[in-house]
Design a protein around this ligand. Structure first.
Ligand code: DX5
Ligand code: ZN
Length: 221
């Protein structure tokens, strides 16, 4: 099923609660929360206390994307802050299997993310336990970058493997998603779409969310 997950990285941080409500009313499915530690990626965003402060403002599914060096250490904090889905990077320094189990044991859904240079096959050993694989379509760290078309090969590889095994795993794409790239990613097999600048940069986020969903639904099969 198609899901739209606006990234608050492009929102007005001084009014985070209101921004979340705006996209919830605008028809979003998830709220994408980008956690950056200035070590795994060259940028710092926000952590668990900020996520916790928004939790009471909206019923959106909290889709937490951890771009941090040691995700295993902080899983409990993000669970307590209200995360529903926790996605971490396979390139981080935490043991992958243990981190997935920790996320599942605390009652969240687990996702693994791969950077543009990481092969799709690296996620294969964990697929049975995952709800989602996040294929980064830009180098993680900043919003507003251009979609990397090369990454679509990995989306296709993953979708084929998920279908071959008869699993129900979402494929999320993140970075440079807009009216044009959403169709390309959906046609390749992605079904969860993160959009930061496209949604929060728009005058009417609801129109953009609706348009992204419609285009994705047509292109996904
Ligand atoms: C980038 C983040 C993205 C970012 C996407 O490292 O993971 O979620 O906010 O922003 P746009 O949609 O502007 O490319
Ligand atoms: Zn993200």
């Amino acid at each position: 099923m198609i899901k739209i997950s606006p990234s608050v990285l492009a929102s007005d941080f001084s009014a985070l609660g209101a921004e979340a409500v705006k996209v919830e009313k605008g028809g979003a499915d998830y709220l994408h929360l980008d956690v950056m530690d200035g070590a795994f990626v060259p940028n710092i965003s926000f952590g668990a206390p900020v996520i916790k402060s928004v939790r009471s403002k909206t019923n959106l599914v909290f889709d937490v994307h951890l771009m941090i060096e040691n995700p295993l250490k902080y899983i409990d904090d993000f669970k307590k802050a209200g995360a529903d889905i926790i996605t971490f990077h396979i390139e981080s320094s935490s043991p992958v299997g243990e981190t997935v189990d920790k996320i599942l044991n605390c009652g969240c859904k687990a996702g693994i993310s791969i950077k543009p240079a990481t092969p799709a096959e690296e996620v294969f050993p964990y697929l049975e336990k995952l709800s989602m694989v996040l294929v980064m379509t830009v180098e993680p760290g900043f919003g507003g970058q251009s979609f990397m078309h090369d990454t679509m090969k990995k989306v296709k590889t993953l979708r084929e493997e998920i279908l071959r095994r008869g699993l129900d795993v979402d494929i999320q794409v993140d970075g440079g998603i807009n009216a044009e790239t959403v169709e390309i990613a959906a046609a390749a097999g992605a079904n969860v779409f993160v959009a930061g600048s496209a949604v929060f940069g728009a005058e009417k986020p609801s129109e953009i969310i609706g348009m992204l969903r419609e285009k994705a639904e047509k292109a996904y099969n």
